[in-house]
Design a protein around this ligand. Structure first.
Ligand code: ADP
Ligand code: MG
Ligand code: MG
Length: 252
């Protein structure tokens, strides 16, 4: 579904991604772990097409298309969803307005009819209930004054409504307490565990992976994937730390 080959990317004059390769098949959830500053968020920005992130070498194929050739909104329309480590606030726009616009724009690009207000609210209620987020939160301005946990939950509601084919989730677990972590983990499973879908789950900590079992775990360090394994690799990282685990893998 997603095939990243030898990806090099710069932010300004600094090279951050230095030959990153990774392949995720339909039906798989892959976790990316790695130390601070390794380039994890940079990878998600590059996949999303954020201005200022320049690809200098390598390719990204998404569902048979050259992803890097597409504008950010075209990437979203093909079914790519990005959950950000730091969700943006949009003052003056309610979550309901924002989500309905986003969904209907994507439907239009697929030649599907817009959902009516009533149809949309029914869908939004269903997804909010799944993520245990009060509907009142969805009537508020996007992320304005939301706690860390509320931002992440509302982002997962957004994912449920848009129903993407592939999700890149950057530290969706940051700022969550234990209960919220379980709710968000269950939400990711309910929305994205599907033989036709794929997920890249970027996380610092092993605990989210107790709820969302990854098929593969990769360690991103110094701009590339330095080692990969099964769920046991995440446990090893937790007990040995990145340096220890990278030494054991012979890549430190
Ligand atoms: P991670 O998410 O793995 O913690 P990031 O992708 O956020 O890492 O950052 C990777 C590296 O790129 C860091 O050294 C960071 O300081 C640098 N970096 C990220 N964004 C910028 C930027 N806008 N300008 C300059 N350097 C940046
Ligand atoms: Mg970080
Ligand atoms: Mg980051």
């Amino acid at each position: 579904m997603l095939k990243i080959t030898n990806l090099h990317a710069n932010v300004g004059d600094t090279q951050i991604l230095k030959g990153l390769s990774l392949e995720v098949n339909a039906g798989e959830i892959h976790a990316i772990m790695g130390p601070n500053g390794a380039g994890k968020s940079t990878l998600s920005y590059v996949l999303g097409g954020r201005p200022g992130y320049e690809v200098t070498e390598g390719s990204v194929e998404f569902m048979g298309q050259d992803l890097l050739d597409l504008e950010p909104h075209e990437r979203a329309a093909t079914g790519l969803f990005l959950g950000f480590q730091y969700p943006v606030e949009i003052p003056g726009v309610s979550n309901v307005q924002f989500l309905r616009e986003a969904l209907n724009a994507q439907r239009a690009s697929r030649g599907e009819e817009a959902l009516s207000g009533g149809e949309f609210l029914k869908l939004a209620r269903e997804k909010a209930a799944l993520l245990k987020l009060d509907m009142e939160m969805l009537k508020r301005q996007v992320n304005v004054g939301f706690s860390g946990g509320e931002k992440k939950r509302s982002e997962m509601v957004q994912m449920g409504i848009l129903d993407p084919k592939f999700a890149v989730l950057d530290e969706t677990d940051s700022g969550l307490d234990i209960d919220a972590l379980r709710v968000v983990g269950d939400g990711i499973n309910a929305i994205m565990r599907d033989p036709a879908k794929g997920v890249l789950l970027i996380t610092h900590y092993q605990r989210l992976l107790d709820y969302v079992k990854p098929d593969k775990v990769h360690v991103l360090a110094k701009g590339r994937i330095v080692t990969s394994g099964g769920p046991e690799l995440a446990l090893q990282l937790e007990s040995e730390g990145y340096e220890g685990a990278l030494e054991s893998a012979g890549v430190a």
